[in-house]
Design a protein around this ligand. Structure first.
Ligand code: PMV
Length: 336
C-alpha cells in the first residue's frame, strides 16, 4: 500500500496523566473520553526523496512544514524512524495532517495527532497486525512521547495504565462510544499555542510538594471514575473530574518552574458552571488540560443549553460540542 489515510479523535481526560519516568512512561493511570468533533486526519505516502517530510495545515488552510527542531517535530520525525525500523524498511515518507480544531490550545491535538501519525505509518509500512492489535498499537502510540495519544486508539471511554516498563503501560477500553450519551462542550477561551509543552510539565511535576499526594489520592478516584462510567452516574463522575483537574493544576502551579495554564476567562467559566449547578441544578462539570480552555462535561440532554449559556459568557470565544467517538480508523479520502 503506497498511500494511507487515517482519522483519530482527540480525547478529554477525566483522570489526567501528569508526571512521567525518565523513559516517558506515565506514572499514573488516566481515564478519558474520545471526542467526535476534534479529529486529526493524516495521510502518509512513500516518497522517492531521501528524507521524510511532515506538513500540518494551519488556520488559513495552507500546509506548513513541521520543524524538526520543535519539540513536537522532533518527536514526530523520531516516530517515523521508529516505525520504519520496526518494518525493516528504508523508504521515506511524506505526511500531511489536518486538525478540525485549534492545535496546542488544551484540546489535546498531540493526542489525535500522534495517534493518527502512528496508525497511518503502521499501515503504509505494511504492519497491519500491529495496527489491528489495539493494545500493541496503544503502546507504539505512547512511545511517540504523547501518553494521552495512546487513549485515542480506542473508542468511547478508555483507561491508560501507567507503570515503569514498556510492556505494562497500554490502553484498555472501559466502554465503547455507544455506552453513554455524554458530551464535552469545549469553551474556547483562547486559541493561542500553549507556552510550555506538556513534555516539559511531565518532567517538572516531581518538583511539586503535592505530586506524591496526588499520586496517592488518585487510586480511589480512578476506582470511583470507572464505577461512575459503568453506572452512568454523572454526579459521581463530575465530582471526580473536578477534583482531578484541581489536583493536577495545583501540582502544575506549585512545580518548579510553576506552570499557569489558566487565563482569567478560565476561572470565569468555572464560576459560571458552579453557579448553574447550584442555582439551576444543571449537571455540568469542568475539566481543564494544559491550556486555558474549559471542557464542560454533561449529559447529551443538557449539552445545547450549556452551549447556549456558555456563548453568553464574555470570555468564551466559541464552543465545540463533542460526543463519544470511535477510535482511530482508516478512511478512503486522502489529503493529497
Ligand atoms: O500525553 P501528553 O504528553 O500530551 O500529556 C497529556 C497531559 C494532559 O493533557 C494535561 C492530561 C491528559 O491525560 O490528557
Amino acid at each position: 500500500m503506497s498511500k494511507v489515510t487515517v482519522q483519530a479523535p482527540a480525547n478529554i481526560a477525566f483522570i489526567k496523566y501528569w508526571g512521567n519516568t525518565d523513559d516517558n512512561l506515565p506514572l499514573n493511570n488516566s481515564i478519558s473520553m474520545t471526542l467526535d468533533n476534534c479529529l486529526t486526519t493524516t495521510t502518509v505516502a512513500f516518497t522517492d526523496e531521501s528524507y521524510d517530510t511532515i506538513e500540518i495545515q494551519n488556520q488559513h488552510g495552507t500546509y506548513e512544514e513541521l520543524k524538526r527542531t520543535s519539540i513536537k517535530g522532533s518527536k514526530a520525525y523520531e516516530q517515523i524512524k521508529r516505525i520504519r525500523e520496526l518494518a525493516g524498511s528504508e523508504k521515506r515518507v511524506m505526511v500531511k495532517s489536518v486538525n478540525s480544531f485549534p492545535a496546542n490550545a488544551g484540546i489535546a491535538s498531540s493526542a489525535s495527532g500522534f495517534c493518527a501519525l502512528t496508525a497511518a505509518l503502521l499501515l503504509v509500512y505494511g504492519l497491519k497486525n500491529q495496527f489491528e492489535d489495539k493494545k500493541e498499537l496503544s503502546k507504539l502510540v505512547r512511545m511517540s512521547g504523547s501518553g494521552s495519544a495512546a487513549r485515542s486508539v480506542m473508542g468511547g471511554f478508555v483507561e491508560l495504565i501507567g507503570g515503569d516498563a514498556h510492556h505494562v503501560s497500554y490502553a484498555v477500553q472501559l466502554a465503547d462510544e455507544k455506552h453513554w450519551g455524554l458530551c464535552d462542550v469545549i469553551a474556547i477561551i483562547s486559541s493561542d499555542s500553549k507556552k510550555t509543552p506538556s513534555s516539559e510539565g511531565h518532567r517538572s511535576a516531581h518538583s511539586s510538594p503535592y505530586f506524591e499526594t496526588r499520586l496517592h489520592e488518585m487510586t480511589k478516584r480512578i476506582e470511583s471514575t470507572r464505577k461512575a462510567i459503568e453506572r452512568k452516574n454523572i454526579e459521581k463522575l463530575g465530582e471526580s473530574i473536578e477534583q482531578d483537574t484541581i489536583s493536577m493544576h495545583a501540582v502544575m502551579m506549585t512545580s518548579n518552574p510553576p506552570l499557569y495554564y489558566w487565563e482569567p476567562g478560565t476561572l470565569d467559566v468555572i464560576k459560571h458552571i458552579i453557579s448553574w449547578r447550584e442555582k439551576d441544578s444543571l449537571q455540568a462539570y469542568f475539566s481543564i488540560d494544559a491550556g486555558a480552555n474549559v471542557h464542560v462535561i454533561c449529559e447529551k440532554k443538557d449539552a445545547q443549553e450549556i452551549a447556549k449559556r456558555l456563548s453568553t459568557v464574555s470570555s468564551v470565544q466559541s464552543t465545540i460540542v463533542n460526543h463519544p467517538a470511535k477510535g482511530v480508523h482508516e478512511i478512503e479520502n486522502h489529503l493529497f
